[in-house]
Structure formats: structure tokens, C-alpha cells
Write a protein that binds this ligand. Structure first.
Ligand SMILES: [Zn+2]
Length: 54
């Protein structure tokens, strides 16, 4: 991503690959949070602010 407006934060849905727990965070972040249940790193599920049609 190469946007000029770097102050704008992107809402991103992250999901635990193990238990499917989801959470919304706002990019950019230093680190992806850990799943509160599994204590493993969560992964990005989808960009919520995406205008693409799929
Ligand atoms: Zn989990």
C-alpha cells in the first residue's frame, strides 16, 4: 500500500486461526495481538475498508 495519507487508520478484522475468535484493530499497529484464549498470534481476516468488488 502506498498512500500519502498515513495518518488515517485502517480498521482490520483479525481472527484466531485456531478458535476463530475475531477482533477489530486499527492499522498501523506494532504487533498483532494474541488470541486471549489460545495465546497465539492472530492473523488478518480481511480489510474492512476495502472498496474492491470480488
Ligand atoms: Zn484462539
Amino acid at each position: 500500500m502506498d498512500r500519502a495519507d498515513r495518518s488515517k487508520k485502517e480498521p482490520v478484522e483479525i481472527i484466531c486461526p485456531k478458535c476463530r475468535y475475531t477482533e477489530i484493530i486499527y492499522f498501523p499497529v506494532d504487533d498483532l495481538p494474541l488470541c486471549p484464549k489460545c495465546k497465539i498470534p492472530m492473523i488478518i481476516s480481511e480489510l474492512l475498508d476495502e472498496g474492491k468488488s470480488y
